[in-house]
Design a protein around this ligand. Structure first.
Ligand SMILES: Cc1cc2nc3c(=O)[nH]c(=O)nc-3n(C[C@H](O)[C@H](O)[C@H](O)COP(=O)(O)OP(=O)(O)OC[C@H]3O[C@@H](n4cnc5c(N)ncnc54)[C@H](O)[C@@H]3O)c2cc1C
Ligand code: SF4
Length: 498
């Protein structure tokens, strides 16, 4: 069933799609946003650990297959705002060095086709759009930059004490850059929860809703893009096929922006294989779906039996001392961040046999951290789709030695802080939270799928604007970089009158 034609169709409303929709909304272009999910309702369950972690109320029910053919339920969310709705809102710029090739313990992190200076003005805009709070001059790895739009979120008393103790260990703790809006009550249900009072800076409230106030922007929710259709020559996308309310619709447009997240964007291009693109749309390089990265992430909790943790909002501290080199190695190890408070129900999802009361007692005495390292792009780590269109994810984490050293060092730091026991947990091969890299950008069409403005080398009116374009994963949270590049691509689209 054909619909009215649009100038720009954006598929997905997360960090990439929502941000670029907002940036393009002040143009005269007729813009259609397609989102497979719906709005997340504002309801008590938003902040209910049982609903979020036990019933998994907001998590996608989809099942993917791993490299052994085993089904798993990916930790991802299909709704307006995408995963930003549930993110921790830690909004980092990549370090200047992350844009250059960097030697790691198990290989090289490749250079980006743009440098930090190119993205810096867009980082600044993205930080304003997402209300980032932070402090200039305390992070030893910080790239050249101006002041943050907002002052840092103050540490709670317990965290302030820990920061002092970290300094006494010779470390350089710095405030985490956080995207938070007026009305935030600094609760203990932020990361992995939707904000019931809409005070978290995420794509739904910062970008999509404001964009929808413009008459030229339309949003279809529950609209699943199944495939992109090209002209006979294969050099232009003419339409997207959409499943909505039981109908299959054909939407035509001049420009198509794919922003489905790194796994789903690759899957959409692969599902769009046709006579002129037999290996998948825009896939003459063979790289669509390859080079999947997700960060090496280990959750860590320091526990002390006689020290109750009174902190409510805990996620304010970063330790970047080992970002470029470890204490016992010249190679980069990664970043350490304090995390939101673990709830008993959350902990119970790891080992359900242990009674909840026991977990509650334990987490009341724990302080939570995340150790995060860069994983390196590998052609073998990839997204594929089978004949039924189902997603297969093959991911063998690499650079593990460096990550183990970071975890060991974090453990040492926590022991020095007086914690008796340090617990660790990782999603390993099923890690999808910081997924990126499956549709890489670059200058050489043989070595990349997109050009430096995220336009497909093979298809003139096709852009991919989400975490897919990352040539390397760096070791800071990815989303501010996705948003900054989305703003840059929007300017490019406007400048070139596409
Ligand atoms: C719990 C959690 C905490 C996180 N914390 C942080 C953090 O603190 N800092 C940070 O930088 N990052 C964080 N992240 C990661 C961050 O959320 C992602 O990097 C970011 O949202 C990715 O943006 P994206 O545009 O690539 O994809 P997404 O935000 O995932 O958006 C993709 C959108 O596309 C839609 N979609 C998918 N397929 C289709 C289709 N075929 N048709 C129509 N629509 C489709 C989805 O429903 C979704 O809305 C976190 C992630 C999670 C899950
Ligand atoms: S900490 Fe603030 S932004 Fe986060 S969920 Fe609570 S009120 Fe919302």
């Amino acid at each position: 069933m054909p619909t009215e034609p649009y100038d720009i169709v954006i598929i997905g409303t997360g960090a990439g799609g929502g941000t670029i929709a907002h940036a393009l909304s002040d143009s005269s272009a007729r813009i259609l946003l397609l989102e497979r999910g719906d709005f997340v309702p504002q309801e008590d369950e938003n902040w209910n650990p049982e609903a979020v972690w036990k019933q998994r109320r907001y998590q996608s029910a989809e099942r993917w297959l791993d490299d052994r053919g085993e089904e798993f339920r990916p930790y991802t969310h299909y709704n307006v705002g995408g995963n930003t709705k549930f993110w921790g809102s830690v909004l980092y710029r990549l370090r200047r060095e992350d844009f250059q090739a960097m030697e790691h313990m198990e290989g090289v992190s490749p250079a980006w086709p743009i440098d930090y200076a190119t993205l810096a003005p867009y980082y600044e805009r993205a930080e304003r759009l997402y209300h980032v709070h932070g402090e200039l001059g305390t992070d030893p790895t910080e790239p050249a930059r101006g002041a943050f739009p907002h002052p840092p979120i103050p540490h709670a008393d317990g965290m302030a004490t820990i920061v002092e103790q970290l300094r006494r260990q010779g470390l350089h703790p710095s405030p985490l850059p956080l995207g938070i809006r007026d009305g935030c009550v600094l609760c203990n249900t932020c990361n992995s929860f939707a904000c019931k009072v809409h005070a978290k800076s995420e794509s739904d409230v910062c970008c999509v809703r404001p964009a929808l106030e413009r008459p030229n922007v339309t949003l279809w929710t529950n609209a699943y893009a199944t495939r992109l259709i090209t002209n006979a020559a294969g050099d232009t996308v003419v339409a997207v096929e959409v499943e909505r309310n039981g109908d299959t619709l054909r939407v035509e447009s001049s420009v198509f922006i794919v922003s489905c997240g790194a796994v789903n964007s690759a899957a959409l291009l692969l599902r769009s294989a046709c006579d002129t693109h037999p290996a998948g749309l825009a896939n003459s390089s063979g790289l669509v779906g390859r080079r999947y990265m997700a960060h090496l992430a280990t959750m860590m909790q320091g526990f002390h039996p006689f020290r109750k943790n009174a902190t409510v909002f805990q996620k304010t501290v970063a330790i970047n001392d080992f970002y470029f080199r470890g204490p016992d190695t010249t190679y980069p190890l990664g970043q350490i961040q304090s995390q939101g408070r673990t709830h008993g129900v959350m902990a119970q999802t790891v080992v359900p046999q242990v009674p909840l009361s026991w977990y509650e007692w334990w987490v009341a005495r724990g302080v939570d951290w995340l150790a995060m390292s860069e994983d390196l792009p590998s052609r073998d780590n990839r997204v594929t789709v089978d004949r039924d269109g189902r997603i297969h994810l093959t991911y063998r984490p690499n650079n593990l030695k460096a990550h183990r050293m970071l975890v060991k060092e974090t453990r040492r730091i926590l022991r020095r802080l007086g914690f008796w026991v340090v617990m660790t947990h990782s999603h390993g091969r099923k890690n999808t939270t910081h997924q990126c890299g499956t549709i890489v950008f670059g200058v050489d069409p043989r070595e990349s799928v997109l050009d430096p403005y995220c336009r497909a080398h093979d298809v003139a009116n096709l852009f991919v604007v989400d975490a897919s374009f990352f040539p390397s994963s760096a070791a800071v949270n990815p989303a501010l970089t996705i948003a900054a590049q989305a703003l840059r691509v929007a300017d490019h689209i406007k400048d070139t009158n596409l």
